[in-house]
Design a protein around this ligand. Structure first.
Ligand SMILES: [Cu+2]
Length: 351
């Protein structure tokens, strides 16, 4: 049944754990509306014929509908709309709450390509390798304009915005190749802004990761220029972040050992409930940390002077992603760590 309807509606394969449930909601909505509109249409045609005007002198009688009929005709459609809303909302909550054991991948959209960075692995352009059967969280940002990350087979679509992180997640069911599209018109090359998700068996994925790391090492040792435009940097994001923040001079004002300096310490900053000068409290998630680097004046931490310069034009998005990952790794309780060395992810509270 699922398969017949999927083909009739020309829907792509169902390659993620969301796909089937979302499609089922889609079938439910589309079948009820088809049945209802057919019923209304045919009733109208029947009435045209049955109650047609038979002579010039015939007049239409004045009819008042009984209350129960009014209630029925308003109540039934409304209860369907509410039911769809409830089912859709449940799916929405599921799609916006990544599980805590999800593997993180940073995504950067840029005219007109997708760049991927793994916290403990290589970087890649336009090709996202992931293991099947494991939840993957994508932390996404844009270098220039608004893009939107769309994988039809996974039934995920999420806007990618400059200067801020958005996230989405999915769990691929089976190994295979799936197309990534940009669904936000972003300029002349919008239609060529495509990528591919390569879903691999877990063991194959581990092998791929190993070989990529060896490749990165080899690239570094022989310094001859490679034909590729993009050379995967060595080491993981945390290491890169450590280096970038030292080079950019962040550590002149920020400590990593809990000491208060010109700026607040980075130790345990991730998910700290930070008090701001306007009296509000904010959860220091990836979005807030990124904003603090790009636009430090936007939210000032209570008890500090607004002296931090903006790094909007000075650091590239992957460098900022690396710093964010480094800050996330600075936790005094080293128990709560994920494979990437960062703290386990707690779902962001709705604001
Ligand atoms: Cu785009």
């Amino acid at each position: 049944m699922n398969e017949i309807l999927r083909r009739m509606l020309f829907l792509p394969d169902q390659a993620s754990t969301f796909a089937k449930d979302l499609d089922q909601l889609h079938y439910f909505v589309i079948l009820t509306t088809i049945i209802m509109s057919l019923a209304v249409g045919f009733t109208a045609i029947f009435f045209f014929i049955r109650f047609r005007r038979r002579s010039e002198s015939q007049t239409t009688p004045h009819i008042e509908s009984p209350l129960w009929m009014e209630i029925l005709f308003v109540g039934i459609p409304i209860s369907f709309f509410l039911l769809w809303w409830v089912l859709g909302y449940k799916e929405y909550i599921r799609q916006t709450s990544p599980p805590s054991d999800a593997m993180d991948v940073y995504v950067m959209g840029k005219k007109w390509m997708w760049k991927f960075a793994y916290p403990d692995g290589p970087n890649a352009v336009n090709v996202l390798h992931i293991p099947a059967g494991k939840p993957v969280r994508l932390l996404m940002t844009s270098r220039d304009v608004i893009h939107s990350f769309y994988v039809p087979e996974f039934r995920i679509k999420q806007d990618v915005l400059p200067g801020r992180y958005t996230q989405t997640w999915f769990q691929a069911v089976e190994p295979g190749l799936y197309q990534i599209l940009c669904t936000q018109y972003c300029g002349a090359g919008h239609s060529i802004m495509r990528g591919q998700v390569v879903v691999m068996k877990l063991a194959d994925y581990e092998d791929w990761l190993q070989s990529e790391r060896r490749g990165a090492l080899a690239n570094k040792q022989d310094s001859s220029p490679t034909p590729q435009e993009f050379v995967p940097p060595l080491g993981n994001l945390v290491e890169q972040g450590k280096r970038v923040s030292a080079e950019a001079g962040c550590l002149k004002c920020h400590s990593i050992d809990g000491e208060r300096h010109i700026g607040p310490t980075w130790l345990d900053l991730y998910h700290r409930q930070e008090k701001l000068t306007d009296g509000s409290t904010i959860d220091a998630d990836e979005g807030y940390i990124t904003e603090s680097i790009m636009d430090p004046g936007a939210k000032i931490v209570a008890g500090y002077q607004p002296v931090m310069p903006s790094y909007q034009a000075k650091l590239a998005a992957p460098e900022i992603a690396a710093i964010v990952e480094y800050i996330k790794s600075l936790q005094s309780d080293a128990v709560r760590t994920t494979s990437s060395g960062g703290p386990a992810y707690a779902p962001v509270r709705a604001r």
